[in-house]
Design a protein around this ligand. Structure first.
Ligand SMILES: [Fe+2]
Length: 186
C-alpha cells in the first residue's frame, strides 16, 4: 500500500514496473530468512507466479529483489557511510520502492512492541516499551538522515510517521496508523 502511494508520485511508471513493485512489496515478508527458509519460499513464490503467467525472467527478478532488500543485511554492507545496494538493472526503482515500503511499515510502534512480546513473552511490558524506544531511536528514526529513505514523497511520509511514532512511544500507545488507500489516478 505504501509502495503504491510512492509509485503514484513517480513519473513514467510502466505497467510492468508497477506490477513488479507491488508484488515485491506484498510478497517480501514471505521470503524473509527471519520467518522462513528462503529457498523453499522462493520455490513457492515461483510456483505461484508461474500460475499467474509471469515470465521466468520476471520471477527471477522478483526473487532477487525480495531477498536483497532487508535493512539488516544491507546495513552490514555499509562501508564508510556508503550504502551498497545490489544492482537490479531495469528493476532498480521497483527494488527501491518496495524497500522503502518495507521501511515505512517499520514506523508502527505497536507492530514493534507486538513482535517483541512474541520474541520475549517472559519480559515485562516496561521492558518491551524500553526496547521499542531504543530500536526506534537507533534505527527507525535514522532511516531518512542516513539515506535509506530518499524518495521525496517517502521522506514526507516518514516525517509524519515519525511524529506519530514518537507520540506512541511517549504515551505507550498501541495505536496503529493505517495508510489511506489512494485513488489510482492512472
Ligand atoms: Fe517487511
Amino acid at each position: 500500500m505504501r509502495a503504491n502511494e510512492i509509485l503514484l508520485t513517480l513519473s513514467e511508471v510502466t505497467e510492468e514496473e508497477r506490477r513488479m513493485t507491488l508484488y515485491a512489496a506484498a510478497i517480501h515478508d514471505t521470503c524473509d530468512s527471519k520467518y522462513t527458509p528462503v529457498n523453499e519460499a522462493a520455490k513457492e513464490i515461483g510456483y505461484f507466479l508461474r500460475s499467474e503467467f509471469w515470465p521466468p525472467e520476471h520471477i527471477d527478478a522478483l526473487i532477487n529483489i525480495v531477498t536483497s532488500m532487508s535493512y539488516s543485511k544491507l546495513k552490514k554492507s555499509v562501508s564508510s557511510g556508503q550504502i551498497e545496494y545490489p544492482n537490479h538493472g531495469k528493476w532498480q526503482r521497483a527494488y527501491h520502492v518496495a524497500r522503502h515500503a518495507d521501511l515505512l511499515e517499520g514506523y508502527v510502534v505497536a507492530r514493534c512492541v507486538m513482535y517483541n512480546i512474541h520474541l520475549y513473552p517472559e519480559k515485562s511490558m516496561d521492558e518491551h516499551w524500553q526496547r521499542a524506544t531504543e530500536l526506534f531511536s537507533e534505527r527507525v528514526f535514522t532511516y531518512c538522515s542516513e539515506g535509506w529513505i530518499f524518495f521525496p514523497y517517502a521522506i514526507e511520509l516518514a516525517m509524519s510517521l515519525e511524529e506519530e511514532a514518537r507520540r506512541c512511544l511517549q504515551e505507550k500507545s498501541m495505536d496503529w496508523p493505517e495508510p489511506l488507500i489512494p485513488e489510482n489516478k492512472n
